[in-house]
Design a binder for this molecule. Structure first.
Ligand code: ADP
Length: 751
């Protein structure tokens, strides 16, 4: 079987999207980070460094213990000293094959089997009594019993979230906050719920622009493979109105000027790996499939509305057209590789780099829209602190290129077909599955490289590495994840099996700097999860909502607790009706989002919504942080304070969060010490750690031991004396806190 090579246009050349959409040359980030390679076992410290968080220390301790206990491991460490070649040989013999339970793989079984063989892993096609490293589910997370460990190739809730209505809602939320960034998804309405809105908006748009002659595509929720889809011209279409009674649909603006090849409409099936939710890690396959219509395209009119082979690119429909061409070549036929299309477009002079950059941008933004609610599902089904599997998932993105080469997202599939055979009519009416070289080339590479990326050996290496290097700073995280992606070629399975370079390219966190600002809904999800209370529920009860309002100090003279209760009942009830939730009562995440938007608009009068919401979330997070600090400051025993002082290490010995943890611990002790007894560097670090939150809006602000005048507020961009978000009182309370730490004797003066 041929190994998939990276597509010229998509592969190495596809780098960081720029402000203008162009792609720069691969830079530092493209190269493996120095020191990212697997370290010999002997370099693992036997004693956990004292400053590490407890969980990390435990993990490192158990790893170290394993290293010293296991004869196999210690032999390996010795091998390392014997010389590279010899050591590798031994490693090969000792390596335990990764185990994969494929009993629920369904139509992916064939492709999965090939991948497992290529990787020399061990497959359990009928399941296994003992635990496996990886569980491959064909449909959803719930295909099998939820394992208490290992990895599952599906996230709980993904299937529900990418259903047409839910996905449209998630994108709509982002469109409200970031209208420019989310234009890649066609304008959509959820019917019957938004029928009036749909009718009104179409009427107004037509009145404003008489040349606008739109077509709409109607898609039943939960439909797939083009089932039940039809085109309409107007909101008064009789067929649509009649169907509305039976099931909800998404009505979407129809893209009437798609890019054509050989006069045919086609779409792109692109595969995306969501490798991790927290931290977010996204990979995009460098090649995908292009699925062609089987009848020459014409712009929609009432005469051709019903011609599915002209308007719908679904393989499952077109395969039944007499014009469908099965081809063994990846460059011809009704299903081709996307790279063959890219090559064709490039030869015609199209800017394919820009196109790739736009596609990467689209994928990252779409995933960012999905992730917040996915986290809500995740904490419900796999509560933190309880045993459970880790998840990853391959998603199928259906993308249409418009005539101007702009990509449009049609939908995301939680369960893209991984079948590597296709249906062929061998005699009239008699169909049979025969091998499909195009499917095999693309899909086997994607599954195999997904497995390579989630290889447990790689994870272990990374854990050891991250613990031994104490990586914790935010900037380091990006480097580490990047190194992990690059370093995958260095894993035992890659080295030993001579595998091709990865066909999956990491795009997040690699490009997190450009897209991080979109994660606002993610922060709202974290607030929601925090107040959910009892694990296992996905709805916030009235007490949880009240606690949220109280803890975040959102009620004031303008928002009494009585009006908070009314707000809760009003929004929660409406959403339960919209979603048809008759079971569990309470406020779902979407309803909470609506409440947040409402509170933000009420508290901060001047739009845009994005800034109002951001200000509210900042405010809530600030209040929560302040509470936590209070707990650290006042809630610790003296003995603990002493011990935290004892483990304190001088400036520069640690970085990032670890330092911050120490500083927080130190805060509690400093009350007891005269400021003069602290070394200056400690003073400065203490102040930095706390005042960074207070001063980061004011570039000129810095710690001034003689006065507080130049300390600003993190929420106020312009005025560092008082601000509309926190109010002067809150700014002052931060200053008091700093004073308590550094000048305990003068605290009373400020109080
Ligand atoms: P399904 O899940 O049933 O396949 P899709 O949303 O993928 O539903 O739509 C099926 C097909 O209809 C797509 O493959 C595409 O060819 C066409 N299509 C869907 N939405 C649009 C649109 N907004 N504009 C143009 N064509 C579309």
């Amino acid at each position: 079987m041929s190994q998939q090579q990276p597509a010229a246009a998509a592969g190495g050349s596809e780098a960081e999207p720029q402000a203008d959409g162009s792609l720069p040359r691969p830079g530092k980030e493209e190269r493996a980070a120095p020191g990212a390679k697997e370290k010999p076992a002997s370099t693992i410290p036997t004693l956990p460094p004292p400053g590490l968080p407890l969980a990390a220390r435990r993990a490192l301790a158990s790893l170290s213990a394993e290293v010293s206990k296991s004869p196999r491991r210690s032999r390996r460490a010795e091998d390392g000293r014997l010389g590279r070649g010899h050591g590798r040989q031994k490693k090969k013999n000792n390596k335990r094959a990764v185990t994969v339970d494929s009993s629920k793989a369904k139509t992916s079984s064939e492709a999965l089997r090939i991948c497992i063989q290529q990787l020399k892993w061990k497959e359990f096609p009928t399941g296994r009594r003992l635990l496996c490293d990886i569980y491959w589910h064909g449909v959803s997370f719930h295909d099998g019993e939820v394992s208490c460990s290992g990895q599952v190739n599906k996230y709980p809730g993904m299937t529900e979230l990418v259903r047409k209505i839910n996905f449209s809602r998630a994108v709509r939320t982002m469109q409200e906050l970031f209208p420019e960034e989310y234009k890649f998804y066609p304008r959509s309405w959820i019917l019957p719920e938004e029928y009036q809105n749909f009718a009104d908006q179409v009427r107004v748009s037509k009145e404003n622009d008489s040349s606008w002659k739109p077509t709409f595509i109607v898609k039943p929720d939960g439909g797939s493979q083009g089932d039940g889809i039809y085109l309409i011209k107007d909101s008064t279409d009789v067929r649509m109105l009649a169907n509305l009674r039976s099931k909800p649909v998404v009505v979407q603006e129809y893209i009437s000027k798609p890019l054509l090849i050989e006069k045919l409409k086609f779409d792109i099936r692109l595969y995306v790996l969501l490798k991790s939710l927290d931290p977010l890690e996204i990979y995009i396959a460098k090649d995908g499939l292009s699925r062609f219509c089987t009848e020459p395209y014409q712009e929609p009119n009432s005469k051709n509305f019903h011609r599915v082979f002209m308007h719908l690119t679904n393989y499952s429909l077109n395969v039944h057209s007499g014009n469908f061409i099965h081809s063994d070549s990846v460059n011809t036929g009704s299903k081709r590789t996307f790279s063959s299309i890219v090559a064709k477009l490039s030869m015609r002079g199209y800017d394919v780099k820009k196109m790739w950059s736009d596609i990467i941008t689209l994928v990252i933004r779409a995933i960012i829209a999905l992730v917040p609610e996915l986290k809500v599902y995740h904490q419900t089904y796999i509560p933190p602190g309880k045993p459970g599997p880790t998840c990853f998932q391959i998603l199928g993105f259906d993308i249409l290129l418009m005539k101007n080469m702009k990509p449009v997202l049609l939908e995301v599939n939680a369960n893209p077909s991984m079948r590597i055979e296709h249906e062929q009519e061998i005699s009239p009416g008699l169909f049979e599955y025969v091998a499909s070289p195009v499917d095999e080339e693309i899909k086997v590479a994607i599954i195999r490289d997904t497995l390579r990326l989630v290889d447990p050996a790689l994870k272990k290496n990374c854990l050891q590495q991250s613990l031994s290097t104490e990586c914790s700073a935010e900037s380091d995280k990006e480097e580490t994840a990047e190194a992990e992606a690059q370093d995958v070629t260095e894993t035992p399975s890659n080295k030993e099996q001579n595998l091709a370079p990865l066909c999956l390219k990491q795009v997040f966190p690699k490009y997190s700097r450009q897209f991080g600002y979109l994660l606002i809904v993610d922060r709202i999800a974290l607030l929601f999860i925090r107040f959910l209370g009892i694990k296992g529920t996905m709805k916030l009860g009235p007490t949880g909502f009240r606690t949220f309002i109280r803890t975040c100090k959102l009620s004031n003279s303008n928002l009494s607790m009585a009006s908070v209760d009314i707000l809760y009942i009003d929004i929660a009830r409406r959403w339960n009706v919209i979603r048809g939730d008759r079971g569990e009562s309470g406020m779902c995440f979407q309803a909470f989002m609506e409440a947040i938007f409402h509170l933000a608009q009420r508290r901060y009068k001047s739009p845009p919504l994005r800034e109002q919401v951001e200000a509210l979330v900042n405010f809530c997070e600030y209040q929560l942080e302040a509470q936590e600090e209070k707990i650290v400051l006042y809630g610790r025993g003296t003995a603990e304070r002493r011990s935290s002082l004892a483990v304190y290490q001088p400036e520069g010995s640690r970085s990032g969060t670890i330092n911050h943890m120490h500083l927080l611990n130190r805060m509690s002790t400093s009350n007891k010490l005269p400021a003069s007894s602290l070394p200056t560097s400690v003073d400065q670090q203490l102040v930095n750690s706390i005042s960074s939150r207070v001063t980061d809006c004011s570039p000129a602000a810095s710690f001034n031991p003689n006065g507080w005048d130049n300390l600003g507020c993190r929420f106020c961009r312009n005025n560092n004396q008082s601000c509309s978000v926190m109010g002067l009182k809150d700014v002052r309370s931060q200053r008091v806190k700093l004073t308590q730490i550094l000048h305990p004797s003068v605290t009373s003066y400020f109080m």
